[in-house]
Write a protein that binds this ligand. Structure first.
Ligand code: GRF
Length: 195
């Protein structure tokens, strides 16, 4: 059984979809820890409810970046992570961790990368840009994380239609629904490729 460590900064609906996939048996893995950069987020409630160990590591509580990055690295290692899953984690992952877990960190992004990715494209900004550009198709992408935002090799994508009357919220919700199916599926396939 492989160990997953999840990083999240927000509601954690993707975190929940991973928990649910493990419970239903469609994803064979153990979530050994959740790491967040802030308190009072729904992701933490989900971890507590499911008895998943968690750590709150805010960069503001440490000498930044060195002490913070070392602490983060120590915590990931203490959870004995086989892979790291970014699920709406808004801080940049330190190079120290990217190097140590090379090709073992996955992220989900709410667009069809390489479109609408990179620094500044997060949350509703992605969907606003898609709508402003008159796209007729959007979607979500799971990719491997490297040192550049939203740049690593793509492991899976799902398309959704964009309608003329869509609000940012409509589109975000349509994409998120697909994220919840895509991410556990790609994680499951990815884990099978690891020794
Ligand atoms: C998702 O849209 C994901 O694509 C992006 O951050 C959002 C996280 O949502 N990386 P949630 O916290 O999993 O609900």
């Amino acid at each position: 059984m492989k160990n997953i460590v999840v990083f999240a900064s927000g509601s954690g609906s993707n975190f929940q979809s991973i928990i649910d996939s493990i419970s239903s048996g469609t994803l064979e893995a153990t979530i050994t820890g959740l790491i967040t950069d802030r308190e009072n987020i729904q992701s933490l409630d989900r971890a507590k409810f499911h008895n998943i160990p968690y750590s709150i590591l805010s960069p503001t509580n440490f000498d930044y970046p060195q002490q913070y990055e070392t602490k983060l690295f120590d915590v990931v290692n203490s959870y004995k992570a086989d892979i790291i899953i970014l699920a709406g984690y808004l801080k940049k992952i330190p190079n120290l961790i990217i190097e140590a877990y090379r090709n073992r960190i996955l992220n989900i992004h709410p667009s069809l990368l390489p479109k609408y990715g990179g620094k500044g494209f997060y949350g509703k900004k992605v969907h606003e840009a898609v709508l402003n550009n008159g796209e007729t198709v959007s979607g979500c992408t799971v990719h491997i994380v490297n040192e550049i935002y939203d740049d690593g090799p793509i492991l899976g994508q799902t398309e959704v239609p964009v309608f003329d009357h869509d609000s940012t919220i409509d589109l975000a919700q349509r994409v998120l629904t697909e994220e919840h199916k895509l991410y556990p599926k790609v994680i499951s396939e990815f884990l099978k490729t690891l020794f």
